[in-house]
Ligand binder design. Structure first.
Ligand SMILES: [Zn+2]
Length: 247
């Protein structure tokens, strides 16, 4: 921002090594690898990165806009993509991918304005105060619908300088349950210029994208498992920054 920097491409296998967790299992939200796909998309990473003993496994999805009708297209990565990359930005949760204790959260009916992830993030903030607590995991929107966006397949040729301009560029959709969501969130920013929450999702009915909030407060149901983070890594922090486009 405000214009795309196409030099900013990343390899999740390298990221796993940089955070000293080769073989990491990675979930989260980012921008799809235009450098190999040939177009911009929403990246829904589900990746086991390479390790000494195991080859990498990519079960990610990417959601993009159907040029024919402006609808959503959701594709699963396949061997033809040969790629463990993403572009521009990503919020990732990396773990060893092993069994262990997790936090189970169930919620139904929304009574306020905040989305599910913001509620959990603010609850952590209220409890832990100045101490930043990061979490990642998976939740399912079991019932109801959500507001989502997908970035256009073409980058904006004119600079995007405000939330309003970003929102005009994005395409918004209402998508229906069941949706599998991959949230990454931090209760507060310890001075690293973070985006505090980022959730992408996929489904088995062809819908996927970036989660904003549900649109059906009376009927929505959420069910998820979460794990707290031990470390927070900020990779390639931009020198020039801005505060828009972060919801
Ligand atoms: Zn996103």
């Amino acid at each position: 921002m405000p214009l795309v920097n196409k030099k900013k491409v990343y390899d999740l296998n390298k990221i796993a090594k940089e955070i000293k967790l080769p073989g990491a299992f990675i979930l989260g939200a980012g921008a799809g690898p235009f450098q190999t796909l040939g177009f911009n998309s929403e990246f829904v990473p589900v990746i086991q990165t390479e390790s000494e003993h195991n080859p990498p496994v990519n079960n990610s999805y990417f959601a993009y806009i159907n040029p024919a009708d402006g609808g959503c297209l959701l594709e699963k990565y396949s061997k033809k993509h040969h790629d463990f990359g993403c572009a521009l930005l990503a919020n990732l949760f990396a773990s060893k991918g092993q069994c262990g204790k997790v936090i189970e959260v169930k919620a139904k009916r929304r009574t306020g304005q905040l989305n599910f992830v913001t509620c959990m993030r603010q609850a952590l903030g209220t409890h832990y105060g100045n101490k930043p607590v990061g979490m990642g995991g998976t939740f399912i929107v079991q019932k109801g619908k959500v507001k989502a966006h997908i970035m256009p397949t073409e980058f904006s040729s004119c600079p995007l300088n405000s939330d309003e301009e970003v929102n005009k560029w994005l395409h918004f959709y209402e998508m229906k349950a069941p949706l599998v969501c991959l949230p990454v969130f931090v209760s507060r920013d310890p001075g690293l210029d973070l985006r505090l929450e980022h959730t992408h999702f996929f489904s088995h009915h062809g819908e996927g994208g970036h989660y904003h909030c549900d649109t059906t407060p009376d009927t929505v149901e959420y069910f998820g498992y979460f794990s707290p983070a031990e470390f927070l890594y900020r990779i390639d922090q931009p020198k020039e920054t801005h505060s828009f486009g972060r919801d």
